[in-house]
Design a protein around this ligand. Structure first.
Ligand code: ATP
Ligand code: MG
Length: 449
């Protein structure tokens, strides 16, 4: 304790190793009007309350790069309690390191108190991974503990100035992703930074500084020590970044997938399914860029589909009846992958809904098609079928037929119906043998919302 205090006091006397550069609007290019109203208001309220307040991190980086930020973080020297008291709608979240969620209209701003960089007293695991990161500090210290120089920029909406301790604006303009401090040490503290490097470079079209890139291959296995849930969150960010195809390509080049990221092994190590999975990722990228809805359930359903297909085929060859075999195959794949990939029960439910509707597309006679289009999950299931057709696994004609069917009026739909061959066959067979028959068409499962 005393040692720490002395070090602090001592440090204050030293000249700052990172003199701050104050960059005016004409050099960084952020226009006040481009910053969300909620972020501006939050900073203003904090400043009027006597605190420092800046928009920080990814939002500043994105604004300078000309990308609309998806959310805003604010950094301040006020403590969480002091911050909360200034706002009508605000609550403190997190136990280990508290931050404040401030609600402004439909926006939620994340307000955090400046944190200090690590020092010798920081708690780490045996590989050097930082386990606790919860000491308050000043703005300069807060900047130093961030990962990349482009992520350590502080924008003051009231003056339009950017505070830059590590030449982040220059790096952004030169399109380079550079680490603050020694990349090896920073990867050891938190191996997830390797994934962040790849994701941010893909998102912002940056070149990885050679010092940032070089250690990744040899340090990749440190990722194994990261808790599964954290890795899952980071992988979701990557897959839903709007640049998933590019990220996957870069991860592969940088040697970051094999055996380390179960999710990527699933993507990259299925010869049959690779085309399908890459199509699905490209489709997700396009949807995100167009501002359309996406869901983890849909994406995971695509990632694991070929495993389910292979499992299902084997079971059918072994004489199992198709419908129960599909259920068993689905459960088996979800059981083995679910835990590794940290798939939640809710997502697993969504995945199954989409899979279970696939065989029902084959039935194009009788009343079945009318019931299928009314299913709540119909559209997602058809999107899935469409991808299957594009990859060559399902007939294109089938996908086209269903597209036409859903858009047609009632009379047209009736005219489109195909002879219900399966149903007829069943009737004939079961009447001749006098027994019920498990056929190839799965029953209609009840789909939960
Ligand atoms: P995006 O929001 O576009 O996914 P981001 O950089 O904003 O990217 P967040 O996870 O929102 O990512 O993090 C906000 C900020 O917190 C970052 O800009 C960075 O300054 C800091 N940060 C996040 N993760 C780390 C990390 N692992 N190590 C150090 N700093 C980090
Ligand atoms: Mg962010």
């Amino acid at each position: 304790m005393i040692r720490k205090l002395l070090r602090r006091v001592f440090k204050r006397g030293e000249p700052s190793p990172h003199p701050v550069e104050i960059i005016p609007a004409e050099r960084h290019g952020i226009r006040q009007a481009d910053v969300s109203m909620g972020a501006r208001r939050t900073c203003e309220t904090l400043q009027q309350g006597g605190f420092k307040a800046y928009v920080v991190g990814g939002a500043v980086r994105d604004l300078i790069a000309g990308i609309t930020p998806k959310d805003y973080d604010v950094a301040t020297n006020g403590t969480p309690d002091e911050v909360r008291r200034l706002f009508r709608r605000a609550r403190i979240i997190g136990r280990r390191f508290q931050i404040v969620h401030v609600m402004q209209g439909a926006e939620t701003l994340e307000v955090s108190t400046f944190r200090a960089a690590h020092d010798a007293d920081t708690l780490k695991d045996e590989h050097g991974r930082v386990l606790r990161d919860n000491v308050w500090g000043n703005m300069e210290e807060d900047a130093a503990r961030r990962d990349f120089t482009v992520n350590a920029l502080y924008y003051d909406p009231s003056t339009g100035q950017v505070f830059d301790f590590h030449h982040g604006v220059r790096d952004l303009q030169r399109k380079t992703l550079r680490m603050i401090g020694d990349p090896r040490a920073r990867y050891r503290e938190d191996p997830v930074r390797m994934l962040r490097a790849v994701r941010l470079a893909a998102k912002l079209d940056l070149r990885l500084d050679p010092m940032v890139q070089a250690p990744i291959r040899e340090m990749a296995e440190l990722i194994e020590n990261v808790p599964v849930a954290r890795l899952f969150d980071e992988m979701l960010k990557l897959l839903f970044s709007g640049h998933a195809v590019e990220c996957v390509k870069r991860l592969r080049e940088d040697g970051l997938h094999h055996g380390l990221l179960p999710l990527l092994d699933v993507i990259l190590e299925q010869p049959l399914g690779e085309k399908f999975v890459m199509l699905a990722l490209a489709d997700t990228d396009a949807r995100i860029r167009a501002g359309k809805r996406t869901s983890p359930g849909f994406l995971f359903a695509t990632l694991l589909w070929h495993e389910v297909l292979a499992n299902w085929e084997t079971r059918k060859k072994n004489g199992e009846t198709p419908v129960p075999a599909l259920h068993t195959a689905m459960d088996e794949v979800l059981d083995t992958q679910g835990e590794k990939l940290a798939i939640t029960r809710r997502i697993a439910g969504d995945i199954k809904d989409i899979w279970l509707l696939q065989p029902r597309f084959e039935k194009r006679g009788g009343r079945a098609p009318f019931r299928l289009v009314e299913q709540q999950r119909f559209r997602a299931a058809w999107d899935f079928l469409h991808l299957r057709a594009q990859s060559g696994e399902a007939p294109q004609e089938l996908s086209d037929w269903w597209l036409a069917f859903q858009e047609a009026g009632n009379a047209e739909r009736e005219a489109m119906l195909k002879p219900d061959t399966v149903a007829k066959k069943r009737r004939r067979r079961s009447s001749s043998r006098g027994e019920s028959n498990q056929d190839a068409v799965p029953p209609e499962p009840t789909i939960a919302n």
